[in-house]
Ligand binder design. Structure first.
Ligand SMILES: [Zn+2]
Ligand SMILES: [Zn+2]
Length: 287
């Protein structure tokens, strides 16, 4: 915990510099895509403004949350199995370990309603473009996304390196949110690509709960959750029950309130609480 006191704003460490440095690149890609696809309805003012609000609110809350959570990471790091120095090999291991954990975080985010309540924000747009990458919920620190990287601190990776690799993974994923790039040949075998991620954002039955990978798609191929984008079935973007809104507050909180409404309905406590960890579409059997 002392590290937190010595360094109270680690949100401004290398991971924040990475995202700040890439900020102009992200904006340039959004401007390029919006110009290139003008007249095709890929962007709308309301949707893009909503994404911008969600991006800023998420980044602000995330930076504040990490300034406290890094203390938790250093506390856990005391009990590490090894001291891992930063080398090319350990950096590669950290990348693979974090991307593997990202797969399970993302899979859980679709199959556990408590986590879906935060993640649904990213999926609730009926459009897909580079700006969708920033459509994120400020509720992630409450949902507990940060818990998923704790095993890396127990192994012995430096918490600041963990935070850096988490940011780098998310920065990579910006580039897969586009309809302007087709398929990328052999890269499609190993990496999460725009094509794979378009399928992930689609609500067609064949694409639901597929392609959870962050940087690598090999985890989906290994664990049976991969689906290619099929030309005969273009992605229909959004969620099962579309919310049709550009209101950021409704976008952020609609699933939390729906979940709480379900929990409050009469029934045994065990069945009511099951709404928190069961899949989002689960319905309680009527008594
Ligand atoms: Zn997702
Ligand atoms: Zn996405």
């Amino acid at each position: 915990m002392w590290e937190f006191l010595r360094n109270p704003l680690p949100g401004l460490g290398p991971e924040a510099l990475l995202l700040l440095g890439l900020g102009p690149v992200f904006l340039a890609f959004i401007a390029w895509e919006a110009w290139r696809t003008r007249g095709k309805g890929l962007y709308s003012v309301g949707d893009t403004a909503n994404n911008a609000f969600l991006a800023l609110s998420h980044q602000t809350v995330d930076a504040l949350a990490w300034s406290a959570l890094i203390g938790v990471y250093f506390w856990v790091h005391q009990y590490r199995a090894w001291d891992v120095p930063l080398t090319a090999a350990s950096g590669l291991l950290l990348f693979l370990g974090q991307d593997f954990l990202y797969y399970w975080f993302h899979r859980a985010s679709h199959r556990v309603r408590w986590l879906w309540a935060a993640h649904v924000v990213h999926h609730s747009s009926e459009r897909l473009n580079f700006s969708t990458a920033f459509r994120q919920s400020l509720m992630y620190p409450v949902a507990g996304m940060w818990v998923f990287w704790l095993p890396l601190a127990l192994v012995g990776f430096d918490p600041h390196h963990i935070l850096l690799i988490v940011s780098a993974n998310l920065a990579y994923q910006f580039f897969v949110h586009t309809q302007a790039v087709g398929r990328l040949g052999p890269l499609e075998w190993v990496f999460n690509t725009p094509s794979h991620h378009r399928a992930h954002h689609a609500r067609n039955p064949r694409y639901i709960d597929r392609n959870y990978g962050g940087v690598l798609i090999v985890w989906d191929r290994l664990f049976g959750t991969f689906s290619p984008e099929v030309d005969a079935e273009p992605p229909d973007y959004g969620i099962r029950r579309q919310i049709h809104t550009d209101n950021p507050l409704r976008t952020i909180f609609h699933e939390w309130t729906a979940m709480l409404r379900d929990v409050m309905r009469p029934g045994s406590l065990r069945m009511r609480l099951a709404h928190l960890w069961r899949p989002p579409e689960w319905q309680r059997p009527e008594p």
